[in-house]
Write a protein that binds this ligand. Structure first.
Ligand code: ATP
Ligand code: MG
Length: 355
């Protein structure tokens, strides 16, 4: 029997509200299944912490996180703190230092959830977003400030190793799941250096996977295809920026941000992976108990899968599906009138019914 040590970072805004429900689900699993033991440690590294200490986490923050089995994250962001601070001082250091180079984002339409589009079959695919380099670099600068000639340069960093490891992960997933086509989001016709290398490496990596075809699709056309025929995708690989944009679009196609989980994966396992909903702290609905906790709970299902407990992950997913399909205990974003905790309670009830 293994005790899983999970670091909990609730964050800001609706983060702590949805995290309460995510932890409730994990504790219910631990109570119902004696082979699953849990030890959670909470870290209040959020915008309040920043306002007090002028930093997002303590100096030894990363070393305090590094030995956990996983990090379970809520959402971060607060109007009192400049927007780039939580990203560059908390989220990015965790992703980069812990080599969480795969950002896995399922775009999956649950039974009973309406898409704003009329599709022939349910939408169900995975976006593998590069998570450690790419367009989100802090290299660059501004010149000739406060003159009419002011200019800015922002560098994109694409490395052969960086693309290769992301592509391998996506192709491995494709092979394991009998997917025969991987769509590569690109723009190498206009962004010739960085996207040129990206395409080259995706292509050479694909040659290690006979039977899997790669289709390069320019990001502008791909955005249109997401709307015209989202049901046709199975696996998409994308750079940091392209993946970020595509997955918010994808989320909108399958019920919105309240239903969209993500995993920041370190496939080698030498550092913990991190699991979080793709939504932000949503200050407009904070404190009202109307946030949908499903994205947070679904992220826990991804965490359980990563920890090797596919059985428990499947139980959580089944519970989420039952609650969504029965159209009861849903929050206002899904046209219900339940409170955040009521959705969490309903999912826990469905978990106990399966165990
Ligand atoms: P941040 O700056 O942290 O990204 P944000 O204001 O951009 O926060 P998001 O969380 O990205 O807000 O989401 C945008 C909008 O989507 C929110 O204003 C909110 O109304 C809605 N939303 C996001 N998450 C949820 C959720 N879990 N349940 C219900 N509505 C949500
Ligand atoms: Mg946002």
């Amino acid at each position: 029997m293994k005790t899983y040590r999970i670091a909990i970072l609730p964050g800001d805004g609706i983060g702590p509200e949805v995290m309460t429900e995510g932890v409730k689900v994990l504790k219910a699993l631990a109570e119902a299944d004696s082979s699953f033991q849990l030890e959670t440690t909470s870290f209040e590294w959020n915008s309040d912490y920043y306002l007090k200490h002028n930093r997002m986490m303590p100096e030894d923050g990363l070393s305090r996180l590094k030995d956990f089995d996983a990090i379970y994250f809520g959402a971060i962001g607060d109007r009192r703190v400049p927007e780039h601070i939580p990203i560059w001082e908390l989220i990015m250091p965790i992703r980069k230092n812990f080599n969480q180079y795969v950002n896995l984002r399922p775009i999956k339409q649950l039974p009973g959830v309406k898409s704003p589009l009329h599709t022939k079959s349910p939408i169900d695919f995975y976006v593998f977003r590069e998570n450690a380099e790419g367009e989100y670099s802090n290299m660059g600068g501004r010149l000739y400030q406060k003159t009419p000639d002011e200019m800015a340069v922002q560098n994109t960093v694409i490395t052969k190793k960086g693309v290769q490891r992301l592509a391998r992960y996506a192709f491995d997933y494709a092979r394991k799941n009998s997917v025969t086509k991987v769509v590569n989001a690109t723009k190498s016709n206009a962004i010739i250096h960085s996207m040129g290398l990206w395409d080259e490496v995706v292509k050479t990596t694909a040659s290690e996977y006979p039977g899997i075809e790669v289709e390069d699709v320019y990001i502008d056309a791909l955005a249109a295809h997401f709307v015209q025929r989202p049901e046709s995708f199975e696996v998409v690989v994308a750079s940091n920026l392209f993946g970020d944009i595509l997955t918010d679009l994808g989320a909108a196609l399958v019920g919105g941000l309240g239903l969209s989980p993500s995993a920041n994966l370190n496939p080698e396992g030498d550092f913990p992976s991190m699991f979080e909903p793709i939504h932000g702290s949503a200050p407009d609905i904070t404190g009202k108990q109307i946030a949908n906790p499903i994205a947070q709970i679904w992220s826990a299902a991804l965490m359980l899968e990563h920890l090797g407990r596919e059985d428990l992950s499947a139980i959580v997913m089944k519970a989420i599906e039952r609650v969504v399909e029965s159209n009861t205990a849903l929050t206002p974003d899904l046209k219900g009138n339940a409170k955040t905790f009521e959705t969490g309670d309903a999912i826990v009830k469905q978990i106990y019914q399966q165990m």
